[in-house]
Design a protein around this ligand. Structure first.
Ligand code: ZN
Length: 427
């Protein structure tokens, strides 16, 4: 237990012209940041002193018998060190830039002088930004460009961080972010893909997304379905999803009809049933009618009965299929052969979801993943040409933060309980 007590005397001057609530708040925020910086320096000093006292004994009377939690970087010695002053270290944090002294020690065996404290207190060797600040940047950047994130962060935290630094931070944590949720018992998967502008391909490159829907839960008085990110992959082929389909027992895969996974499942004889997204069927049918020579307006009108028919849960599946087939006949009579082909191809995969849970209709459309895809498009379409790795790292962070709380906490080593207790006494 480390205990630090600090007394502050704050002297605040506000000019006559600024006597209003907004300037009071701004002044208080400034005080807060200043106090935080001062307190941090003292806390860090105290933490180092406590360690030095415990392992080396009193200053000028250092003992060499106790094994230290650090070792000499040159000779590997674990005991026998002397205090040797300090050197300044600068760290950018969400309280602004802080300069604090790093205490150093000298090894009695080889004479090497170094500071054991960065490693002891979770600072990496060349780390110039605290992890809590990196986490804040990663949180902002998932919905904003690198430049805007840097500008916003600099304004809020009184810093001078470049977009390049934010980019580097995303690459660092985007690579580290891993899905740790147990995916082995997933039974239902929604998959979709979208194109993004990427540097090595004129036509863009695919983002393949797979989300699993779990049971419903109550959140703020609303019923929501638990969603888990299973894979986000920027590449030509959704190899991660294919790997998962091979390994685990996925009962149902909901697709919008152009994922390419249907062929993979047939070719590899994987026992996963396909559900075509019912929302996409009429939408694509309108486009097919356009290819058959109809305008979008008349196509939409022609196809509209299909929309109601597909979703009408009051009708038995058999009845719905009969009416679906009559609709195909109407298309044939109207001479829309491309539309007929499309609808015939989809016919066998319309009501797969009924096999798994008669009352549960969550698997009949791709609406959940569609919403995520729109979010992805919004973030990725900002005129930049992405590298596949850069895009993948950003999306990894964004989706893991939004969908997989356990993986996100693991990435940042977040602890559920507050790590310190404190009280503030105004006297
Ligand atoms: Zn040494």
């Amino acid at each position: 237990m480390l205990e630090v007590e600090q007394s502050f005397k704050v002297h605040l001057k506000i000019s006559k012209n600024d006597l209003n609530v907004n300037s009071f708040i701004n002044s208080c925020n400034e005080i807060g940041k200043n106090v935080s910086r001062t307190f941090f320096v003292n806390l860090f000093k105290e933490a180092q002193e406590t360690q030095l006292m415990h392992y080396l004994g009193a200053p000028w009377h250092e003992t060499s018998g106790i094994l230290t939690p650090w070792e000499c970087p040159r000779c590997g010695a674990r005991a026998g060190f002397k205090r040797r002053g300090s050197r300044p270290r600068i760290l950018k944090t969400s309280c602004g830039e802080i300069t604090f002294p790093l205490r150093q020690v000298t090894c009695n065996d080889c004479g090497k002088t170094f500071s054991p404290f960065p490693a002891l207190f979770g600072l990496e060797k060349w780390q110039r930004i605290s992890q809590e600040l990196e986490q804040k940047f990663c949180h902002i950047v998932k919905d904003m460009s690198y430049r805007k994130t840097a500008n916003l962060g600099n304004e809020f935290f009184d810093l001078n961080v470049s977009p390049r630094t934010v980019h580097k931070t995303v690459q660092k944590y985007g690579t580290r972010a891993k899905i740790i949720e147990d995916l082995s018992h997933i039974s239902h998967l929604q998959v979709d893909s979208t194109k993004i502008n990427a540097s090595n391909n004129e036509r863009g490159i695919d983002v393949h997304l797979a989300i699993s829907l779990g049971p419903t839960e109550q959140k703020n008085g609303r019923t929501v379905r638990k969603k888990t990110l299973v894979s986000v992959q920027v590449s030509e082929s959704p190899s991660e999803v294919k790997q998962l389909l091979r390994k685990s027992q996925v009962d149902q895969l909901t697709v919008d009809g152009k994922s390419g996974l249907e062929k993979f499942i047939t070719d590899e004889k994987i026992p996963t049933a396909i559900q075509r997204c019912l929302w996409h069927i009429p939408r694509t049918a309108v486009h097919m009618m356009y290819l058959d020579g109809y305008s979008y307006i008349s196509g939409r009108e022609f196809v509209s009965p299909l929309k109601y028919l597909l979703f009408d849960e009051s009708l038995a599946v058999k009845t719905r299929l009969e009416r679906y087939n009559s609709f195909i006949e109407e298309c044939r009579i109207a001479g829309c052969m491309k539309t007929v082909n499309f609808l015939e191809n989809a016919a066998s995969d319309l009501y797969t979801y009924k096999q798994f849970a008669d009352s549960d209709i969550h698997g009949r459309t791709n609406s959940v993943i569609e919403r995520q895809m729109r979010e992805i498009n919004r973030r990725m379409e900002n005129g930049t040409r992405w590298t596949p790795t850069g895009a993948n790292n950003l999306l990894n962070l964004k989706l893991i933060e939004e969908l997989n709380p356990d993986s996100y906490a693991y990435l940042w080593k977040l602890r559920k309980n507050k790590s310190c207790k404190f009280e503030v006494i105004l006297c």
